[in-house]
Ligand binder design. Structure first.
Ligand code: GLA
Length: 386
């Protein structure tokens, strides 16, 4: 970020609260390269943190309660960080207030803060704008409150905020990616053991680009559908007598499917088990220094599995993927929860315009509103900026 941005964030803080912020903290959004709908099955994920992030200027509160304003929203929201409960705050500020609540739930004494928030992670694009707010808030609160929490503990606190304060039953990928991102690297996470490994993914050095295609499609029925997928997976694990679908080895998949009667649930299981295998295959290839172009087919297979077996894509995502492939992408897939949001495409650096044009044209032909297309590179996770 430029000094100008930080200077203007500090100025907005002074205008709002009449004093200097004690510091500025930032946490990024993420895209998931591969490993979709595996995190709540104790499986493997391979996201990257983005350069787009949420920044929070903060200082110990001047009054008895906390205050937060967002440069992207109207008005100041006030809450007692020490005693806030899930019914008290709704909307965007719930990701801030909920973080203090979740820290309190860990038995920590949270500080009351005055905060100004500024984020360039697009909302509703499936790029974890909410995890960015949670992790930036958590970073500011732990620093200013002198709370001892590791990045992984802070990520899990963010997940708690999302699950029990905001009320979205998501897994732990988004917050772990936001905390553990590293420039030039992917974040390989075993969501059960919580082991995290940064795997090299230097796109410019390989002459490649990773495009995010924000479909700008309206999210429909997201919450209910996500919860339905999650409970189908949990029921299947119970039927199979395993703790989670992660425990079904790919070579035992056929046996497992034979023990499930419902064909829809069979497809859900097949997605999760094959997706975990694809993540491991991609990690192995990149760890060994293999050409990133070679992971293209795994990305495209992941999309087909999410479309046909897990059934979380929508026409906007399928058209983006199909058009990107036709225009020369090595691989493409939806990323995030699905039902809208974004797709990604791995392309030759000098084919960015060609692929973007191909997708825009396909959207126009389908009568869809124009997508937002932009390249991303892996960036650092949450940190203090100033
Ligand atoms: C959403 C959730 C994540 C994960 C993905 C699907 O982004 O927040 O925890 O489950 O969907 O992979």
């Amino acid at each position: 970020m430029s000094t100008d941005d930080l200077t203007s964030l500090r100025r907005r803080f002074r205008e709002a609260y009449g004093c200097e912020p004690a510091g500025v903290w930032a946490a990024p959004g993420r895209v998931n390269l591969i490993g979709e709908h595996t995190d709540y099955n104790d499986g493997f994920v391979l996201p990257l943190a983005l350069t787009r992030r949420c920044r929070i200027a903060a200082a110990p509160a001047a009054g008895r309660s906390s205050r937060v304003l967002s440069l992207q929203q109207e008005g100041i929201v006030e809450f007692d960080a020490a005693s806030v409960t899930p019914e008290d705050v709704r909307g965007w500020a719930a990701y801030v207030a909920g973080m203090f609540w979740a820290l309190g739930q860990r038995g920590l004494e949270v500080p009351e803060l005055d905060m100004v928030l500024d984020s360039d992670v697009p909302v509703g694009a499936g790029l974890s704008s909410s995890a960015a707010i949670e992790c930036a808030t958590g970073a500011a609160a732990t620093d200013l409150g002198s709370l001892e929490l590791s990045p992984t503990e802070l990520a899990l606190t963010g997940q708690r905020c999302e699950n029990d304060f905001v009320g979205a039953a998501t897994g732990n990928m988004d917050q772990l990616a936001s905390m553990h991102g590293k420039s030039g690297h992917l974040v390989f996470i075993d969501t059960r053991s919580l082991a995290v490994e940064n795997v090299p993914f230097d796109l410019p050095a390989a002459g490649l680009a990773l495009l995010v295609i924000d479909t700008c499609a309206p999210h429909a029925l997201v919450d209910g559908q996500y919860a339905a997928r999650r409970s189908a997976c949990e029921q299947a694990a119970q039927t199979l007598g395993v703790q989670a679908l992660r425990d079904v080895a790919p070579e035992r998949l056929d046996d497992a499917l034979a023990r499930i009667t419902d064909p829809t649930v069979q497809r859900r299981v097949r997605h999760v088990v094959t997706e975990d295998a694809r993540v491991l295959q991609v990690v192995q290839h990149l760890r060994a220094g293999g050409d990133p172009r070679d992971i293209g087919p795994a990305l495209t297979q992941s999309h087909a599995s999410l479309r046909d077996d897990f059934e979380v894509t929508v026409p906007h995502l399928d058209v983006a993927v199909e058009a990107a492939l036709q225009a020369g992408a090595y691989g493409a897939r939806m990323t995030g929860g699905g039902f809208g949001g974004s797709a990604i495409a791995l392309v030759e650096a000098d084919a960015v315009d060609q692929v973007s044009q191909g997708v825009r044209q396909a959207y126009a032909e389908h009568g869809f509103a124009a997508p937002q297309i932009f390249p991303v590179v892996p960036a650092d996770g949450a940190k203090r900026l100033d």
